[in-house]
Design a protein around this ligand. Structure first.
Ligand SMILES: [Zn+2]
Length: 201
């Protein structure tokens, strides 16, 4: 017999699929939602529905926006010959905040992690190769801005090899980002200077 009525248990299970949310937190979220006034709860549900109904994934770079191509790919003032490769959508926002980068992005959707079954086929690597091959004006530089941790470094190495035949300059943000740290949480100044002083792979 389930512990809670089915709709409650199912929502608890849904919350548990989110990163860092265990059973206790999931239960707290659901009961907090149940204690909200009905209109607030509906507004919460509506915002989740809008992720499906309003948000689109950019066909070029994989970012989430209300339009595709997204506001960055569709912006003629951005430098389309420089592509910055990132693992997660939040990394784009972190880099945009530095004001240091005027190129376009490519979202991988994660990093290589054999233990969790994330191989190259699970990431948008083939899509990146295809994008570079077909794009005109020709792509001049690919900056691999994955996190300076084990998965991020091995992903950068894999990408460098995959991009080699395309004869494009491949760089990585300079050291200064501490090993094991993440792009998302790096302070703007550190991230900004790491981007400025990038090293060729
Ligand atoms: Zn885009």
């Amino acid at each position: 017999m389930p512990k809670y009525p089915k709709p409650i248990q199912e929502l608890v299970d849904s919350f548990r699929t989110l990163p860092g949310v265990g059973a206790k937190s999931a239960e707290r979220f659901v009961f907090r939602l149940l204690q909200l006034p009905a209109d607030k709860r509906s507004a919460f549900a509506k915002r989740i529905m809008e992720l499906t109904d309003v948000i689109k994934q950019c066909t070029e770079c994989g970012r989430f926006d209300v339009q595709t191509p997204c506001s960055i790919c569709g912006n003629g003032k951005r430098d389309h010959t420089t592509i910055c490769v990132v693992a997660e959508p939040q990394d784009v926002e972190a880099i945009e905040k530095t004001g240091e980068f005027s190129g376009v992005y490519h979202l991988l959707g994660g990093t290589l992690n054999p233990l969790e079954g994330i191989g190259p086929d699970k990431l948008a690597i083939e899509k990146l190769v295809a994008r570079i091959k077909k794009q005109s004006p020709r792509v001049q530089e690919v900056i691999i801005a994955t996190n300076p941790d084990l998965e991020g470094e091995s992903t950068a190495l894999y990408l460098t090899r995959a991009l080699k035949p395309l004869k494009v300059k491949v760089t990585r943000p300079a050291k200064g980002l501490p090993m094991g740290s993440s792009i998302e949480y790096a302070d703007e100044l550190t991230l900004s200077s790491a981007l400025k002083e990038r090293k060729e792979m």
